[in-house]
Design a protein around this ligand. Structure first.
Ligand SMILES: *Cc1c(COP(=O)(O)O)cnc(C)c1O
Length: 359
């Protein structure tokens, strides 16, 4: 029996995608081989990779002057590769600190440049996004970096900052494809695939093509965006199976009607869970309502001595991976695209029953 898996990542995948992958495991489309066994330069895998990129572009409405790269190393590698690829002749970059993933980006960037923290929500334990009126940007910064969905804290941007001529760089690891976005407002959008796209091992970078001229000479070739763009992300062997599964997920999203339809479903799921939290005497979510993440919902029990009982009962009900990140404690339900509304309903039903009997 499959459980409802609330893991923050690697995260649940759509069941139909897993079934299709299973059917195609030994023999992809009559080729007599599985996708993992294919040459990345052969016609079969080339068609898989091209379709995956085309569908990703269609879903997000990526303009023609942006390149889509499928790389490796995860978002954490990108924390170093962003300054390497974007500093050019500049020596500093601006960062907004909204939580644990922002902090990681800042720490890593400091190996390569001056990373100015131009706004932070640390004063209130990362429960909000600082309004742009409080930011102190440097017009000469190489770029302005934000994390648009803090996976650990559960804080999401529902607006796009204005950065003028400074390219806006966004870590969208944990909410990419959860709703439509205006790609043209960003210079670079990047993230790991294992939250809302597919298996671990795949990292996507969407980069405006005029920004490809700024890489430092020391940038490793396989992480050099311009070189990878020229090579169709195949300067070296790409994570072929992860790209294939991502492609199946993209097809699944398109079949639902694209990201506007996906967003309606995500709003419904998030509303169900936050309404439960807001009407409970036992459970609560500490994040400002205007920036509560639709993908990652941290919550706490007012009586923390009930935490273990809550988690054990959840497990017994087929609701798994609800323990919060060690940095914030409590609970966290990650409800990415692949989580069906039935899973959120089952969690809410369990929470109400737990509160009635134990709270
Ligand atoms: C998971 C996550 C990361 C780290 O991704 P890796 O693939 O492990 O490098 C970075 N940023 C955000 C917002 C994340 O959710």
């Amino acid at each position: 029996m499959r459980v409802f898996n609330f893991s923050a990542g690697p995260a649940a995948l759509p069941e139909t995608v897993l079934q299709r992958a299973a059917e195609e495991m030994l023999d992809w489309h009559g080729s007599g081989m599985g996708v993992m066994e294919m040459s990345h330069r052969g016609p079969e895998f080339t068609s898989i990779a091209e379709k995956a990129e085309a569908d990703f572009r269609t879903l997000l409405g990526v303009p023609d002057n942006y390149r889509v790269l499928f790389l490796q190393g995860g978002a954490l590698a990108m924390n170093a590769l962003i300054p390497m690829n974007l500093l050019g002749t500049k020596t500093s970059a601006d960062y907004v600190n909204t939580g644990e993933w922002s902090k990681k980006s800042i720490e890593e960037a400091r190996k390569y440049c001056r990373a100015n923290v131009i706004a932070s929500s640390e004063d209130r334990k990362f429960t909000y996004v600082p309004p742009q009126s409080a930011w102190t940007p440097d017009p000469d910064a190489a770029y302005l970096h934000i994390c648009t969905n803090e996976t650990i804290g559960g804080v999401e941007y529902f607006w796009v900052p204005e950065s003028g001529d400074v390219p806006l760089v966004a870590d969208m690891s944990s909410h990419i494809l959860s709703r439509p976005i205006d790609v043209s407002k960003y210079g670079v959008i990047y993230g790991g695939a294992q939250k809302n796209i597919g298996p671990a091992g795949l990292t996507f970078v969407i980069v405006r093509d005029d920004l490809l001229e700024r890489a430092l000479p020391v940038t490793p070739s396989v992480f050099h965006w311009k070189a990878q763009a020229a090579a169709g992300s195949m300067l070296n062997t790409p994570p072929t199976y992860s790209i294939y599964i991502a492609g199946l997920v993209f097809e699944w999203l398109l079949a639902q009607g694209g990201l506007a339809a996906v967003e309606r479903s995500n709003v419904a799921k998030a509303t169900l869970l936050y309404d439960c939290l807001d009407t409970s005497e036992l459970f609560f979510n500490p994040i400002d309502k205007a920036c509560r993440s639709r993908m990652n919902v941290p919550f706490f029990l007012r009586d923390e001595s009930l935490n273990d009982a809550f988690l054990q009962g959840a497990q017994a009900n087929g609701l798994v991976q609800l323990k919060g990140h060690r940095v914030v404690g409590g609970m966290r339900a990650s409800i990415y695209n692949a989580m069906p509304v039935e899973g959120v309903q089952a969690l809410v039903d369990y929470m109400k029953e737990f509160e009635r009997s134990r709270g």
